[in-house]
Design a protein around this ligand. Structure first.
Ligand SMILES: [Zn+2]
Ligand SMILES: [Zn+2]
Length: 281
């Protein structure tokens, strides 16, 4: 059983390594590179896991989890993190390092229950997760992107009547559109110097070239090679995006998620074979 508590705090930070030139800082940190800094409305969530106490009916007292979490984030709240917090004097205050710091402060857990996950978001576009599964601890970073595209759900493996039955109004028209929200999750080692799992400019460029540049403003069936003969369902979309990003990001790619609407979400973590299911047409 896993329970979690979420708190919010506001803080400033800067991405700037003093021993690098302005151009090198910009290459590393993109538009966030500036010694003056900028701020975020951070949201931090911590989760602990364990059995339910039969007497109290609780895994742990969530008020205690809140108190411990607040103790850690109160030291960051309304501060300029690099300048005012001792831990970040010599560490970049990235999402990855902030999640690791909160993790370290809460470890081994609360009320005798083991810490399982710390999720730290600096915006709707960027969040880091530090989590433990079995004996493995890992950090992942998730970046969100938007693109708008039309599609018409149609499978070349089905007859016209079958397509109509399966896809309903999503088949029987020229198509309809979505403002897709794509989430790309990467994992691996955090670079000690930059505090980052991946160069965000590299990630953004890969996603721009492989996905956004190909699909944004397009009719997926009519305007893209990827879906000329493949049903542009969101199941196929997450798979195709995974196959496109995998050669660019390698083993760092951990998950591709797509919110087709606010109510429909699809995700793919790879299955090793790389083949898209379905008989040959
Ligand atoms: Zn920032
Ligand atoms: Zn649709």
């Amino acid at each position: 059983m896993l329970i979690s508590r979420r708190v919010a705090f506001e803080a400033a930070h800067s991405y700037w390594l003093a021993d690098l030139s302005a151009a090198e800082n910009r290459r590393l940190f993109g538009s966030a590179a500036s010694p003056s800094g900028h701020g975020h409305n951070y949201v931090c969530e911590a989760a602990v896991a364990g059995p339910v106490d039969p007497r109290s009916g609780l895994v742990a007292n969530i008020a205690e989890l809140n108190r411990r979490l607040r103790q850690v984030t109160d030291e960051l709240d309304h501060r300029f993190i690099n300048r005012e917090h001792p831990y970040f004097q010599h560490r970049a205050p990235t999402c990855e390092n902030l999640a690791a710091y909160v993790w370290q402060q809460l470890w081994p857990g609360v009320g005798g229950r083991e810490l399982r996950r710390v999720r730290l978001a600096e915006s709707r576009r960027l969040r880091a997760v530090r989590e433990r599964t079995g004996q493995d601890e890992m950090t992942t970073l998730t970046r969100s992107y938007g693109f708008s595209a039309a599609h018409r759900l149609v499978s070349p493996h089905l007859s016209e009547a079958e397509n109509r039955e399966v896809f309903g109004k999503c088949f029987s028209s020229h198509g309809h559109g979505h403002d897709y929200v794509l989430e790309v999750t990467v994992g691996g080692e955090v670079d000690e110097r930059t505090g980052m799992l991946i160069d965000l400019e590299e990630l953004d460029q890969a996603v721009q070239e492989e996905v956004i540049g190909r699909y944004d403003g397009c009719h997926l069936n009519d305007d893209t090679e990827d879906f000329a003969r493949l049903n542009p369902s969101s199941e196929n979309l997450v798979h195709v995006v995974w196959e496109r990003l995998r050669p660019r990001l390698g083993a760092r790619l951990r998950k591709v998620g797509v919110h087709e609407t606010e109510r429909n979400y699809f995700e793919y973590v790879g299955d090793g074979d790389g083949a898209i299911a379905g008989p040959e047409p």
